[in-house]
Design a binder for this molecule. Sequence first.
Ligand code: DOR
Ligand code: ZN
Length: 349
Amino acid sequence: MTDTRDRITIRRPDDWHVHLRDGAMLAAVAPFTAGQFSRAIIMPNLSPPVTSAAGAAAYRDRIMAALPAGCDFTPLMTCYLTDDADADDLASGHAAGIFTAAKLYPAHATTNSAHGVTDVAHIMPVLERMQVIGMPLLVHGEVTDGDIDIFDREAVFIERILAKLIRDLPGLKVVFEHITTEQAVQFVDGAGPNIAATITPHHLHINRNAMFAGGIRPHAYCLPVAKRERHRLALRRAATSGSAKFFLGTDSAPHEIHAKESACGCAGIFNAPYALESYAAVFDEEAALDRLEGFASVHGPNFYGLPLNDAMVTLHRAENPVPDDIEAAGSRLVPFHAGSGLAWKILPS
Ligand code: DOR
Ligand code: ZN
């Protein structure tokens, strides 16, 4: 099934979940995100993490300095919540327009999450304040218990933590980030309008077999890890459904090639260079190109209470080869779809 159209024009999209890193890596990857998206929610899992409004403002300045002058891109900053997060600093950072949202990493769930929250009970006062001021909570939804199978960690997080959190704080705006399971789709679908989810391009394209196709494939490894095919299909249905609860968040997460191709490879898929084309391929295959704009450019700003972008972007059906790797920060990054290609291309504006 593919759409019959060869060209589609949509409002310029935003990326509601991206890792831009810092230093030389930031300089290498930020132009890819700013080249495709008008705004992006910037993940705070630097080392050390971004936990204060002052730290976020300084990071925002470094992001802008990494982009060509006059570049029309707005980084939306987030606060990394720790067990001793301060509700006053968070609220004043939000009021000052520095923090758009706060991110909950369960401690040790993923890259640079060692300072994350060990028990949601520790941050209840902070979450209560966020509910009052309407500040969204962005959730990495996986339990971290070693005795829970890695493929079950998202579903168990819903049962043990998220369902209760939403019962206790029924007005809190929550984005369930990078969902990977049919349980997450059902949970978000069944919750109120204050609960939404982002979906990555990679979880729409690959299932868990991709990590083991003819050998171990570190570039298909990310967290939450890709699941069975039936989960991928549930995500494709959700993304292309037209529901305002699901929107674009790439979770582009660059790691140098040697850190991926290692005895203990890092989690993360670098999809920023071809993100929109990658999503367009999915919507085309699902004969849902007419719903790409909602997912990429409308549902996210509406959820966050931000204006829609005025600029437009056109994609057309054309061969778009993806290189094996891209030079970055004195090393190389392997982009998602490396070595193959995409059937969609962005028309230069
Ligand atoms: O695969 C991932 N990579 N998942 C995350 O949650 C973090 C990210 C990273 O920062 O590398
Ligand atoms: Zn992420």
